[in-house]
Design a protein. Structure first.
Lengths: 451, 451
């Protein structure tokens, strides 16, 4: 093939060869379970992920943090396996094994050698289907999660990031921290987490993706057997859970300026604007913009803020996208007394991009960077496994490297400038953590609010 | 081969096939430049590193932090390339490009696709040989480094780690922070950094290692040409700089207890003992011990502190080794009020290991974990590139996977217990950052000091 392949929810079987000679196969079982694999020739290992498309944004008031709480509990034991058994299964073969809770999905994954795929399928299936959610373990894990939140609270860039999402997204559910807050975790009830488990870990929710040394037929047989042994009735028909709407939500940003005063050496500064949806056609333009603006050592932000002015060690831009919203942000860690100046300079760099555009050299360089980095990234089976999950859960299509490069080649300097102008015209939010004066941003905030 | 291959400093050419069918070749040029490559069949990319065996431990009083300062400056431009040119070279092909300063070496590295090897050789050679060390850039970079140190100072686990090394190593140069301190960086002079450059970046210091899609002859020709074009006289004979002594230094630990008071949610606790040299025959025993004690989710520390008691989110042990000293440490992030209890529990776990040893199951699991993880790690060319550098600079021998597994199989439960007993009998040091009472460790410190 050479292009994008759609992943229709009502198509039982799909198979195609992607760029780079990998073989992608996808099965939608009658029960709604989806299994997607990418066989990479010559590979000796694989990464496997079990996904459900539920994340922190789906939580109801009173249950913030319950998705992440549940993720923790799934490691705590099943009817067949204690927490130690689960840990031993992966540790004893030297595998990596973890999970992540995001705003729109939860993923349990493992990286193992090819011979260990049957074990990974069996243990991950057991965890996902048959968690005990033992009440004693529940209380124990509450303590662990409170420590995890405390650790994040002691990390000023984490704090700035959470306040920044709140600022840009306002009351939209994407604005909330993924893990909840100490208050919501202290208040979490066993029943609520159990409800969450029952409601969101059904056959029609489950997506299994594997990349690397994998045979699709063996994988499907193994997953089916393991799910059946866990008591799931796979003969009962269910349509896979549909993808989220790709229509932009109405976002009313929160506070224009959030300062979290802390007695620190550095200020952690984030400023930015509403951005693009994950499914926006301009995502590839955003990649180019981000590469040129703040994506590497040759980017404008790095060159201006670090190389020429020595104002920051870490400085970059980023542009996460979700089903109905996105954001564009700029980060710098800098001396507290210079934070206003740094904010002004970063903003003026964005305005320069919006007003004067980018050079042909920059376009060429960004194209080289994105294509080269993609090729290198695809050497890791975890990148490929995640691409499959993203294709199934978020995009509804699989985009191989050739197609990604074709789309990249179509982006023009004018596209990048137009996108920059659109971003810069949005409502700006600032979140900063550090020993800052309340008037640190006086020079830029009034103008921006008026723009 | 099946075994370890020595890397004698006076041997011009060496070539052998390592386990897993990779081909290792090593050339020692008459000028003392060493070039080591590992060709991995089927690979499409590579990682390349330029090493010099000088690190923070080699700095003289008054110049602490100069190794790291110099590492930064090498990115700032040569006679042929500006800082932007250097950044563009790697960014425009999507490569990764960075450097690290360690206690006993400095390494500049890049990961690129196979076609980009000539560029990587040219740019890295230019950086290493022909840095301008421009005085204006020097002042700019001083600001960047001060920001880097400020960032580290705002990270409580970084702070705890630096205080912990000082505590265990005392006045030994390995005890010093790699980056120096804000005071030494403010006091750093251009002349001192320039002296450091001239003294330590000579042909006999340079080690180039490459793993992945690399042809050794092409590599040697490319490096030789680039060094010659940079004005290095490779015809002049020089013996490669010898490896550091592998004899244990006499260590007088520093403060038994260091508490850095900070108004944080968590305490960052590190406690530990002098450990093993990098070249100690018992390093493989240490790997087994660390795997069982605090190396993964099935380890004793993780199970006891997190799974059973819910006292910590992050908890582990670690055992870095250097040429003449090493250490063994245990880390936990926990609630400040429970820090004394956590310290007590971790210490009692170590004593339990020392007194009662490990089970056959644990031995088997550790062996599986270490061999599986090694196999997975060798899929990344950066792991292989680092192994070559370590073989050349630290060990003086190359140990392939088969030989590593053979050595692993020889480790007995009695070895592990004896090592644990040896560690636990050493002088214990504690470093903690957080909102702690001065008497937080009253219960364990007096006993430990007497033991």
């Amino acid at each position: 093939m050479n292009g994008a392949v759609e992943f229709p929810l009502d198509l039982a079987e799909l198979s195609f060869r992607a760029a780079g000679e990998s073989l992608v196969r996808r099965s939608v079982l009658p029960s709604g379970v989806r299994i997607v694999s990418e066989h990479v020739p010559g590979s000796r290992s694989l990464t496997i992920g079990y996904w459900v498309a539920v994340g922190s944004r789906d939580e109801e008031p009173g249950h913030f943090g319950s998705t992440h709480f549940l993720e923790h509990l799934l490691f705590k034991g099943t009817a067949k396996r204690t927490a130690l058994d689960i840990a031993i299964a992966f540790d004893s073969v030297g595998g990596e094994h973890n999970a992540m809770t995001a705003k729109e999905y939860t993923c349990y994954y493992a990286k193992v050698q090819d011979r260990d795929l049957p074990m990974a399928v069996e243990v991950l299936t057991d965890m996902l289907t048959s968690s005990l959610l033992d009440p004693v373990e529940f209380e124990n894990e509450r303590g662990v999660i409170l420590e995890e939140l405390a650790m994040a609270d002691d990390d000023p860039s984490d704090v700035a990031n959470e306040r920044f999402f709140e600022a840009v997204m306002g009351e939209h559910p994407l604005g909330r921290p993924i893990g909840g807050s100490p208050d919501t975790i202290r208040a979490a009830t066993h029943a609520a987490v159990q409800d969450h488990y029952r409601a969101n870990y059904r056959p029609q929710d489950l997506v299994v993706t594997v990349a690397g040394a994998v045979d699709h037929d063996v994988l499907v047989a193994g997953v089916t057997r393991a799910l059946t042994m866990a008591g799931w009735d796979l003969s009962e028909y269910a349509a896979p859970v549909g993808r989220r709407s790709g229509s932009p939500a109405t976002i009313s940003p929160g506070a224009r300026l959030t300062i979290v005063p802390r007695p620190l050496e550095q200020a952690n500064l984030l400023m930015g604007f509403p951005g693009l949806l994950a499914t926006d056609d301009r995502r590839v333009t955003m990649s180019v913009l981000n590469s040129i603006f703040g994506g590497g050592m040759s980017s404008r932000l790095f060159q201006e803020m670090r190389e020429r002015r020595g104002l920051a060690y870490s400085v970059y831009s980023f542009a996460p996208g979700y089903s109905d919203a996105g954001l564009f942000g700029m980060y710098a860690g800098c001396t507290p007394a210079k934070t206003g100046q740094v904010a002004e300079l970063m903003l003026s760099e964005l305005h320069r991009l919006a007003e004067h555009g980018v050079t042909a050299d920059e376009m060429k360089r960004a194209s080289g960077q994105l294509s080269g980095a993609s090729a290198l990234a695809l050497e890791d089976s975890d990148t490929r496994m995640s691409r499959l999950g993203r294709s199934e859960i978020t995009l509804g299509e699989f985009v191989d490297l050739d197609e990604a490069l074709r789309r990249l080649a179509l982006v023009t300097a004018a596209d990048v400038q137009a996108l920059a102008a659109g971003l810069a015209a949005g409502p700006m939010s600032i979140a900063a953590v550090g020993a800052l004066q309340p008037d640190a941003f006086a020079a830029i905030l009034p103008d921006t609010i008026c723009s």
